[in-house]
Design a protein around this ligand. Sequence first.
Ligand code: ADP
Ligand code: MG
Length: 683
Amino acid sequence: MPEILSKDIQYIKGVGPNRATLLNKVGIFNLKDLITYFPREHEDRGKIKNICDLEDGEEALISGFPTGRINEVRIRKNMLISKLTVRDETGTCQITWYNQSYLKKSIRQDIRYKFYGRVTKKYGRPEIMSPVFESEDANKNTGKIIPIYPLTYQLTQNTLRKIIEEGLKEVNGQLEETLPQYLLDKYNFYDYSTAINQIHFPSDFDSFNKAKKRLVFEELFSMQLALLSLKNKYEIKKPGIEFSKDAKMSDVIFKLPFKLTKAQLRVLEEIDKDMESSKPMNRLLQGDVGSGKTVVALIAAYKAVKSGYQATIMAPTAILASQHLETFQDILKNSGITCELLISGISKKKKEDILKRLENGEIDILIGTHAILEENVKFKKLGLVVTDEQHRFGVRQRSTVVQKGNNPDVLVMTATPIPRTLALILYGDLDISIIDELPPNRKKIETYAVTKGMEFRVNNFIAKNIEEGRQCYIVCPLVEENEEIDAKSVMEIYENYKNKIFPNYRVEYLHGKMKQKEKDSIMEEFKNGNIDILVSTTVIEVGVNVPNSNIMIIENAERFGLAQLHQLRGRVGRGEYQSYCILKYQGNSQIIKQRMKVISSTNDGFVISEKDLELRGSGEFFGTRQHGIPEFKIANLFEDIGTLKVVQEIAMEIINEDPLLEKKENIKLKRLVDDKFKDRIDI
Ligand code: ADP
Ligand code: MG
């Protein structure tokens, strides 16, 4: 990167320390950040419209002479309205300002002005309120296509625009091309400098589109290249473990209390092949909630152990880890395989014992939480690392466990249903297996979205099911009441249900701020059927299995993302009973209603994630933290899916031909990739 790009924003003309602080708030620290702070949209203030052609509601630029002086009306002490009539060759338009007393003196009748703003028409007469305006020969704020920036804090659009203009001036002639010439030629792209200039201040909309096309391409392409080179790195790294062909997965499959689905078998075949090959496995296992990922992990772990290695399963919560342990111990009970649980809640003595037995190889499978990451957790011969619900673990954490073995195989499981097309691309550094089938005889969870008026009926419905022996979850967005947020809290609902609505049932609560021991004991009691209603936050979101519970109530459902609602809903419908999910929501917006409709009408996680992406936009869907994937500045994974596919093909071609990007024509690409890895050095 040319040195100038790292210049501190503070020293750009017109900035200074105060404005620099505001710019920092939107992530602009240096010149590079500034010129890549892309506009949200553009306003066409270039074409002058005849007054007689103005339409109600549009934003337009007109040009004309004042027909007289400004007329001022003071309607309240602090409300002054200034009105001016302007005439062009085709008609007149009223211009209105609020509290701009200086205007009366500054507007002249002998000058022609341009006005830009939103037009309203009353009785056929056009009016523009609080317009941007300047004299006809000025071309500062009108006369061209003007960029509008997303967030500006206390800076006005005008100020930020000026600062960006200055920034572009400073780098003029010094921006280096970032893509190789052969790609620029192939796609007829603008060079980098033109693209950057045109994305901010386009000469026309065609140029803007051309600039955007290039920048979107570059952003997606560099990510894709980075992921592929990462994958390559794993593959050309020292060889992994070849697990034994004699350790047959089928030995444990025969012992299962159920028949595996076709999808589970297919996925296991893929894993089996990976495990027997000398190439270290790096596989993502995607499957909707309840699709049976745990048993797949178990079978893989079985193979690892029977080949003479240890395996570890890392889950995001203690509840989940304990549940996995139960499943494992149950199925593996006569196999001579030893499983242990490592969570932060266990006693010091027990922990020391586990660590010792782990290190000398007496424990075959270690299941646990983040506690496994600690430095003193040492394996004798770690061969397989499984992380469950991976979006809860950072890439860094994953690699910490991996370091505990000698190039072990890695299986990452996730229930976040990412649209298939995207998963293939976004997880370009992992191989992907998908379980796209639920075990048979699952009843569809009936889902209803209701508003406040239905509360009474909902409560009756809960009571009816509890009388039949079932249990109910209630999920709230908050732990405690909060004056600033209009949403239900666990404590509020808990008090209300326990004391007023259902004094005869056992109501308990659960949230992340409680001590581990308390949480575990509540969950244990719920599992054993001693609690009728469990009010909680989303801590129960991931993978908890209580087949007897059949109702999931979600308070303020409008506050959750669709994918999250789907996950929550997956807590019920795990047993033989017809299950229900009731989404209580408030708000009238179209988006909220559409979202409620999507979630009530389908149980297919992939369809839901596709819709979620569409309704929320990719920015929110793929937060960096969620997926460990860089955030996009200009690309939109939903709109730009076509480009994404093109980009993937080209990246693949290039990496196949030049795996380490060593060829002369790929020097620039190497730089792009290194740039991406700067914040991912832990891989
Ligand atoms: P998830 O993919 O959400 O982690 P789990 O592994 O927790 O799902 O499986 C959900 C439930 O389905 C468990 O009780 C599990 O024993 C059961 N299960 C898994 N596979 C099958 C199958 N092929 N047939 C019947 N039940 C299954
Ligand atoms: Mg699970």
